[in-house]
Design a protein around this ligand. Structure first.
Ligand code: 13P
Ligand code: SF4
Length: 311
C-alpha cells in the first residue's frame, strides 16, 4: 500500500487511467474532500452524478448516495470506498415495513428523504433532500395527504414551517440526534452574538435555538456570508474544513454533544471511507454498486420527479 504523497499520486494516476470522477460529501475527512473533483450536498452530488461524462464515479459518501449516482447514471461504474458506509435513517426504514405503511394509507402520497435504500425510493412518489424539501412541499396542494419518511425531524420541521400534518416515519439521524441543548446553550452564552446554523435533521430542541436552518450547502453559504466572525455549526463537524478554507479569518465552532465537545457528532458511517480504501476501490473497481433493474427504474422515477420539481 503506497503512503503519503505516493498514495495521493497513485489515486491521481488511477483516476486518470479509469476516466473517473471523485464526488465527495461535506462530511468526508478533509483529505478526501481535498482530492475530490466536486464536494457538495446530496442534491448537488446527485446532479453531478447525472451529468458527468466520466466512466467511473468514485463516490466518497455513504451507500444511499452512491446508489443514487448509479440510479441516475446506470451505464457508469459506481464505486464506494467502504460498502459498510450506511446511514441510521436508511436502517430505520426496511422496504417491507415501508410498503405496509404505504398500504395502510392508500390516500397519501409518499414524499421520501433521499437518505433511504433504493428499494424505498422505488416505493415512493417523490424524493426530497434537505435542500429541495421546501421547494417541493410548496408545490404540493395543501389538501393532498402525505406520508414523510424516514427522518421525523426533517418532516416535523417541514410540518411546522408549512402548517402541514404529514404522517411521519419515526427514523432519526444518530449524529444530529446527539447534540445537547444544555451544552449548546452554554456555548451560546460563551459566544454572545454568534449565530447558530443547524441542519434540519436536528431535533426541535436544537432547531429552536438556530438562526438559520438548511442543508449542508446552505449552512456553508451562511457561514461564509454572515457578518459575524464566529459561527456555531449544528451539523457534522467535517464541513468546518470547507468553511475554514473559504474564510480563514472566521471562527467556526461545532455544536457539542452531551460530553461538551463536537467529536461525538462525527458520522461513523462517513468516517469509514479512507484514502487507502479509495485507492483500492479505484485499482480494483470494487466495492461496486449493483442494483436490480426494476428497483433502479422505480427509484429513478421518484428521483427524477425531484430533479424536475427543483429545476
Ligand atoms: P445534505 O443533503 O444537507 O448534504 O445532507 C446529507 C446528510 O446525510 C445529512 O446528514
Ligand atoms: Fe446518515 Fe446522519 Fe450520517 Fe447523514 S450524518 S449519513 S443522516 S447517519
Amino acid at each position: 500500500m503506497p503512503t503519503g504523497t505516493d498514495l495521493l499520486d497513485e489515486i491521481a494516476r488511477l483516476k486518470n487511467e479509469r476516466n473517473a470522477v471523485i464526488l465527495g460529501h461535506y462530511y468526508q475527512k478533509p483529505e478526501i474532500q481535498d482530492l475530490s473533483d466536486f464536494v457538495g450536498d446530496s442534491l448537488e452530488l446527485s446532479r453531478k452524478a447525472a451529468e458527468t461524462d466520466a466512466d467511473v464515479i468514485a463516490f466518497c459518501g455513504v451507500k444511499f448516495m452512491a446508489e443514487t449516482a448509479k440510479i441516475l447514471s446506470p451505464q457508469k461504474t459506481v464505486i464506494l470506498p467502504d460498502m459498510k458506509a450506511g446511514c441510521s435513517l436508511e436502517d430505520s426504514c426496511p422496504p417491507e415495513k415501508f410498503r405496509k405503511f404505504r398500504e395502510a394509507h392508500p390516500d397519501h402520497i409518499a414524499l421520501t428523504y433521499i437518505n433511504c435504500s433504493a428499494e424505498v425510493k422505488a416505493l415512493s412518489d417523490i424524493i426530497v433532500t434537505s435542500s429541495s424539501a421546501e421547494t417541493i412541499i410548496a408545490q404540493i396542494p395543501p389538501e393532498q395527504k402525505i406520508i414523510f419518511g424516514p427522518d421525523r425531524h426533517l418532516g416535523g420541521y417541514m410540518n411546522r414551517k408549512f402548517g402541514r400534518d404529514m404522517l411521519l416515519w419515526p427514523g432519526v439521524c444518530i449524529v444530529h440526534e446527539a447534540f445537547s441543548e444544555t451544552e449548546l446553550l452554554k456555548l451560546i452564552a460563551q459566544h454572545p452574538g454568534a449565530p447558530v446554523a443547524a441542519h434540519p435533521e436536528c431535533p426541535p430542541h436544537i432547531i429552536d435555538h438556530a438562526d438559520m436552518v438548511g442543508s449542508t450547502s446552505a449552512i456553508l453559504k451562511f457561514a461564509k456570508e454572515t457578518d459575524s466572525d464566529t459561527v456555531i455549526i449544528a451539523t457534522e463537524p467535517h464541513i468546518i474544513h470547507q468553511m475554514e478554507k473559504a474564510v480563514p479569518g472566521k471562527t467556526f465552532i461545532g455544536a457539542p454533544g452531551a460530553d461538551g465537545n463536537c467529536a461525538c457528532n462525527i458520522c461513523p458511517y462517513m468516517a469509514l471511507n479512507t484514502l487507502e480504501k479509495l485507492y483500492v476501490a479505484l485499482r480494483d473497481l470494487t466495492p461496486q454498486i449493483h442494483l436490480e433493474e426494476d428497483v433502479m427504474n422505480g427509484a429513478r422515477r421518484s428521483l427524477t420527479r425531484m430533479l424536475d420539481m427543483t429545476g
